[in-house]
Ligand binder design. Structure first.
Ligand code: 5AD
Length: 349
């Protein structure tokens, strides 16, 4: 194996962007992907054994003030029917989830201005009071330091905010001028400083993406050292300006999951819905490559098809919380098993 790849496996880091670029190029050589995958599996076993953690995803609002060009629920899309769950409906989702055995709830939504700090902290308190043994993850976008602090004090444990791309020009290509990479990164560092288990991440194969940009993503991930990384293929949505762009590659996504596992050995790494949407065995391939988390959908059935980030998004079968048994069988077939624990990050050795 090339020196650089071996050094990466040994040190869990490379020196600079150029080296990460070289690593990415070497993924195309026969054997490198397999080698990294084997190392990734060793690491996931070292830190998590054969456990696959389960998170109940509650998509509680698809109303969004942002206009991210790739996203199907961006504010410019007037075709999508908008919804916002009430606190009662959200608590009902948690109740269903709790009965099914879930001990982590992920509240994910667009940047919906209705959810002021008052309303959101109240919701967090309600959920944490009703389910003190559960972890609560928020994924509600960019907010102020004060807002993040209040949410943390209210009891939220984790926060997901993908950085989407760590390269300035690419960030601008994917987002309207009202958004900035600087702000996104600032939010992530703030979340970490406040003690949230923090998740960053990006889409693989988003329009205009190059290896240099992916190399910057890896460099940024190492710098931030998030507890969680969300990584899935880009999938076009018909009502966006990127409708006719090709989807990201499943192969590259899977290889990058292995790379991220080696980069951040104890990271919580989901096999994403997007990966499962692009390939029938996508989720399995993600788990076999070093992913250790799955996030079935706990949203009310009637709303699931309205949360269309991209075309053909899965929300039935094993993607749905009710499909837990089928999911469990597929995970067992891979030699792993579903764990219904809270599933916090384990200490790095
Ligand atoms: N394809 C794949 N993933 C997408 N996301 C948004 N739009 C798309 C798309 N078209 C991802 C973004 C966001 C997460 C919630 O969903 O990375 O952070």
């Amino acid at each position: 194996m090339a020196d650089l790849v071996e050094r990466f496996v040994r040190d869990h880091r490379l020196a600079n962007q150029e080296e990460y670029g070289e690593l990415l190029e070497s993924l195309e050589k026969p054997g490198t992907g397999e080698y990294l995958q084997a190392e990734a599996v060793k690491l996931r076993k070292k830190y998590y054994g054969d456990k696959v953690y389960v998170r109940g995803l509650i998509e509680f609002t698809n109303i969004c003030k942002n206009g991210c060009y790739y996203c199907g629920i961006n504010r410019e899309n007037h075709q999508v029917e908008r919804y916002r769950l009430t606190a009662e409906e959200i608590l009902e989702c948690c109740k269903n989830g709790w009965r099914l055995g879930f001990r982590t709830f992920v509240l994910q939504g667009g940047e919906d201005p209705w959810f002021t700090d008052e309303r959101l902290t109240k919701l967090v308190r309600l959920i944490k009071k009703a389910y003190p043994d559960c972890a609560l993850t928020l994924s509600v976008g960019e907010r102020s330091l004060d807002s993040y602090r209040r949410l943390r004090r209210a009891g939220a444990d984790r926060y997901l905010l993908r950085h989407e791309t760590a390269e300035e020009a690419h960030y601008r290509y994917l987002h309207p001028a009202s958004m900035s990479l600087g702000k996104r990164k600032q939010c992530l560092f703030t979340l970490k400083a406040l003690g949230f288990q923090t998740g960053a991440g990006f889409m693989v194969g988003s329009p205009g993406q190059t290896y240099e940009q992916l190399a910057q993503d890896l460099l940024f991930l190492k710098e931030l050292s998030p507890e969680m990384v969300g990584l899935g293929p880009f999938i076009p949505h018909q009502a966006t300006r990127f409708a006719h762009e090709p989807a990201g590659s499943v192969e590259l996504t899977v290889k990058l999951l292995s790379v991220v596992r080696v980069l951040l050995p104890n990271v919580l790494l989901p096999a994403t819905t997007a990966l499962g949407t692009l390939a029938l065995d996508g989720r399995e391939r993600g788990l076999a490559a070093g992913a250790n988390v799955v996030m079935p959908n706990l949203s009310p059935r009637r709303n699931r098809k309205q949360y269309t980030l991209y075309d053909n998004k899965l929300y039935e079968g094993e993607e749905a919380a009710e499909g837990l048994e089928a999911l469990s069988r597929r995970v067992e077939a891979l030699g792993y098993h579903l764990s219904m624990e809270r599933g916090d990050i384990t200490e790095l050795e």
